[in-house]
Design a protein around this ligand. Structure first.
Ligand code: NAD
Length: 503
């Protein structure tokens, strides 16, 4: 009890600090103004560690979304004609300001998303790197002159910005999921309306405050905040308004499919980054100690709430016991639960009650059907309503929900396999296709895995694979399109072909 109260007091201290911060904005942002909802409605943003209200912000609806889309459409008429160099310079200044304000941004992330401060700081480094990358990329969105089949004629191919992009983002990386999209679309010459997750809108608003300070012209970035209740009405305008050229969404496959359907009505471009179900395969030749270290990162970063987080550990029978024993020891020693503001904590709360309920049910069902919990296996209710023990399960069978579903929580599930073919078959037996991980010292096996795993991303002997440089994205029901890399900005352009014919 005393421990809980001490934690609450510490969080209160953080809350008071936050309230004095110039980055803590409590209004939405349209056409360069910090605005309320037309209806004046508000909703609370909660700290998942202790349920304290951090701020009340506008609960916008379709009417507000329409104003934001119209603003972005008007601004596009001038923004599209800025030079690549101007856009690059603005993005670079935004990057510099994010780095300079990383401590304050990290505190806001921890307050509303719950992750430990060290992880929030890493997210700022990672998220800012996209602004830096797209500042460079802006000046390299090249066209081409193609050899013509006709004499006296020339074929010129250019890349045109798509127009207004509707950006809808999740709560798990509330800063990086925005910079990864907005850096790219601004580099391409597009404008946008962002609808951040109702759980983590304050990070988005803080990032845009810095964008304003960096000189992003008013109307280029607009933010509509809304509660979950109003998300469908706001989303409908953002997907169906004729001025919108592209819907860029990161979130669950379920919502992605809904938005894809709405986009289809207007034959609009989509960029969808959806759910994952990553296999983490350990072969007998692997360095087991290294594999366990990487498993900790791939599973417990952000307390398991990552789309590329390892969802299924497939371990060869010859090294299964060694791997599981070492993994169990690492989890018991390194997973320290508590509020993200507390020194030494490595795993914060889950984001909300739905997420906590889902994880609890998945584990309960697995245990009732014969799974074994070697560590954890239940909510850590003594810490708060949204804490769950870091858990390691074995003896999991295909009839259990946890075998197929994206867990999105701190539950590591281990299966034993006997042959490479079996590992591949189990790994590919999912409708998701985002990230996958393989641990082996056999080079031939590494190449075979790279070729045969049906995933957009394959990491060999590594548990972290995301950066600004490579193309991030999935296949199958994990999405369409790529973020980061030289391809990221091209997602927000159309190819235009002009024929010059000599008279
Ligand atoms: P979610 O799909 O529930 O919500 C995402 C966003 O969509 C939120 O802003 C939400 O308000 C909004 N939304 C919900 N219903 C809507 C509607 N009808 N119309 C318009 N907008 C609507 O996802 P979440 O719970 O915030 O995030 C977790 C999911 O995101 C996981 O499945 C995870 O795998 C996925 N994710 C994917 C990636 C990736 O890059 N592939 C990255 C992070 C998270």
């Amino acid at each position: 009890m005393f421990v809980r109260q001490a934690g609450l007091l510490r969080n209160l201290g953080t809350l008071l600090q936050l309230r004095q911060m110039h980055l803590l904005k409590k209004n939405a942002y349209i056409n360069g103004e910090w605005v309320s909802a037309q209806s004046n409605a508000v909703f609370p943003v909660l700290n998942p560690a202790d349920d304290a209200v951090i701020a009340e912000i506008p609960d916008m609806d379709a009417a507000d979304a329409k104003i934001a889309v119209d603003t972005a459409a008007n601004t596009f008429q001038t923004w599209k004609d800025t030079t690549a160099k101007e856009r690059a310079n603005i993005l670079r200044r935004w990057y510099d300001l994010c780095v300079k304000n990383s401590d304050n941004l990290a505190e806001i992330i921890t307050a509303e998303a719950g992750k430990p401060l060290s992880e929030s700081k890493s997210e700022i480094v990672y998220g800012s790197s996209f602004l830096e990358w797209f500042a460079d990329t802006a000046r390299h969105i090249n066209g081409e002159v193609v050899p013509s089949p006709w004499p006296n004629k020339m074929i010129m191919v250019t890349r045109q910005p798509l127009g207004v992009v509707s950006v809808i983002t999740p709560w798990n990386f509330p800063f990086a999921m925005i910079t990864r999209k907005v850096g790219a679309l601004m580099a391409a010459g597009c404008t946008c309306v962002i609808k951040p997750s109702e759980d983590t809108p304050l990070t988005a608003l803080a990032a845009v405050q810095l964008a304003e300070e960096a000189g992003v012209p008013k109307g280029v970035i607009n933010i509509v905040t809304s509660s979950r209740k109003n998300a469908p009405a706001v989303g409908k305008v953002m997907c169906e308004d004729p001025s919108v050229g592209c819907i860029s969404f990161t979130g669950s496959t379920h919502v992605g499919v809904l938005l894809y359907g709405m986009a289809a009505k207007g034959v609009k471009r989509v960029c969808l980054e959806l759910g994952g179900n990553a296999p983490f395969i350990v072969f007998p030749s692997a360095d087991i100690s290294h594999a366990v270290d990487q498993a900790m990162l791939a599973k417990f970063r952000n307390n398991g709430q990552a789309c590329i987080g390892a969802n299924r550990f497939l371990v060869h029978k010859d090294v299964f016991d060694t791997f599981v024993q070492a993994f169990k020891e690492k989890i018991s020693k390194n997973c320290i639960l508590g509020p993200g503001t507390k020194q030494g904590v490595t795993c914060g709360p889950l984001i909300n009650l739905e997420q906590t309920k889902k994880v609890t049910e998945l584990v309960e069902q697995a245990l009732s059907k014969g799974a074994k919990a070697l560590v954890g296996g239940k909510p850590a209710a003594q810490l708060g309503t949204k804490f769950y023990e870091s858990t390691l399960l074995t003896e999991v069978k295909p009839e259990m929900r946890i075998y197929k579903e994206e867990i999105f929580g701190p539950i590591a599930v281990c299966y034993k396999f006997e042959t490479e073919q079996e590992a591949l078959q189990v790994a590919n037996d999912t409708r998701s296709g985002l990230a996958s991980y393989v641990f082996t010292k056999d080079l031939g096996q590494a190449f075979r895995m790279s070729r045969q795993l049906n995933f957009g991303m394959v990491a060999i002997n590594d548990g972290i694979l995301s950066a600004a440089e490579p193309p991030f994205g999935g296949i199958k029901e994990s999405g369409i399109g790529r973020e980061g890399s030289k391809h990221g900005a091209e997602e927000y352009t159309d190819l235009k072909y002009t024929l010059f014919s000599g008279l």
